[in-house]
Design a protein around this ligand. Structure first.
Ligand code: NAD
Length: 369
């Protein structure tokens, strides 16, 4: 891997800065022990940016995000900004980043780490060994479709409207990413929609079937979204890669996430199209939010953010060796019984956010020795 990759860190709000602080430790470790150097710059997003700059994402921050090799984001939002105008609220900054960077492919792995199998609400026989990935379309569909809004009707009642819209191009590009990822994993792809009741589902199914002709070695299954939700809790190990739209992906990935037992453990990646030189815009972030209830306590679980950094190594820098090293270190630290409060179990040792980061680096030392 070549040196001095350019990264932009956007810690954001709440526990964002605390969990990102532990990634700095891992980066220092990579520099010291693996001689991999990153140029890291840091900027504001979300509520922190509203307070300092009057908007949740400035144009300067956006262009910085578009010029680096990868962005790592903590989390945005909190009660302090619940009543700010809708177009500048913390989440608007995050949505704008995703939209402007055209990060259409959202990858959310749901992996059960052996030491945490008992933390799931499902019986461990159903989830132990689970290692699946949900690929969600992120920049189109019902969250972006126009027209949308709430209006008054002539009879004095109100009406709300959202529009689910997908073009064949948007469907094809996300589905292709699904086939590519499936090809590097177990070669089984589930495409999820509701072709029985939605026109976008009909088009989704047609395009997916057509694209599958280019990937004859991948086993393709079409599945309705409601059935998929049921199958995820009935027999999740039948899945390896699921590709689906923005709305279904939002819901199903939260459901899959909970199979693993903890929000504080879940990383994600959002990728754009590769340009001619192979460069791809990318943003990595933990699935959890800013957890205002525990912000500032040094008690947050930093592992989702550290695992997001591992995904960055894998998908932006093609460095699976160091990504696997970090994932192994996470498994080992948990196997040694260290737990932050969100994943605390009887007989385990409670540690703070910074102690978890420190323990992880010591584990990296051991594994790299
Ligand atoms: P949340 O994920 O912030 O918190 C849900 C619960 O999980 C809380 O009890 C919290 O303490 C706990 N939790 C979350 N992450 C944790 C971690 N790393 N370690 C330990 N415990 C953790 O969701 P919420 O409470 O619904 O939302 C809080 C704020 O975050 C809201 O303003 C929301 O809009 C925002 N949010 C942001 C993002 C994002 O930035 N991508 C995602 C979801 C929610």
């Amino acid at each position: 891997m070549s040196a001095n990759k350019k990264l932009l860190f956007l810690p954001g709000d709440g526990i964002g800065p605390e969990v990102m602080g532990q990634v700095h430790r891992v980066i220092e470790w990579m520099d010291r022990r693996r001689h991999i150097c990153f140029d890291v710059t840091e900027d504001l997003v979300g509520g922190a940016a509203i307070d300092a700059q009057g908007t949740s994402l400035t144009d300067e921050t956006l262009s910085a995000a578009m010029s680096v090799d990868a962005v790592l984001l903590g989390a945005v939002g909190g009660p302090k900004w619940d009543n700010v105008a809708r177009d500048i609220r913390p989440e608007a900054g995050l949505l704008k980043l995703r939209k402007e960077m055209d990060l259409f492919a959202n990858l959310r792995p749901a992996t059960v780490i052996p030491a945490l199998a008992g933390a799931s609400t499902l019986k461990s026989e159903f989830i132990s060994g689970l290692d699946m990935l949900i690929l969600r379309e992120l920049t189109s569909g019902i969250y972006f479709g126009k027209p949308c809004g709430i209006s008054e009707r002539d009879d004095g009642t109100s009406e709300a409207l959202d529009t689910q819209r997908y073009t064949s191009t948007e469907i094809e590009r996300i589905v292709r990413v699904g086939f590519e990822i499936a090809g590097k994993r177990e070669r089984v792809l589930h495409s999820v929609e509701k072709a029985n009741v939605m026109e976008t589902g009909v088009l989704w199914r047609q395009i997916t079937s057509k694209v599958s002709e280019d990937y004859p070695s991948i086993e393709l299954h079409h599945m309705y979204a409601d059935n998929c939700a049921m199958q995820l809790v009935r027999a999740p190990k039948q899945f390896d890669v699921i590709v689906t739209d923005n709305l279904f992906g939002d819901i199903l990935s939260d459901c899959a996430a909970m199979l693993t037992g903890s929000l504080g453990m879940l990383p994600s990646a959002s990728l754009g199209n590769a340009d001619e030189s192979g460069r791809r815009m990318a943003m990595y972030e933990p699935v959890h939010g800013s957890a205002p209830d525990i912000a500032g306590e040094d008690s947050a679980n930093p592992l989702a953010t550290i695992l997001s950094f591992a995904m960055m190594l894998q998908y932006s820098f093609d460095d699976s060796d160091n990504a696997d090293l970090i994932k192994n270190a996470v498994s080992q630290v948990l196997a040694r019984g260290l737990r932050t409060s969100d994943i605390m179990q009887d007989g385990m040792k409670l540690v703070s956010c910074s102690q978890m980061g420190e323990a992880l680096c010591m584990e990296l030392d051991r594994l790299a020795a």
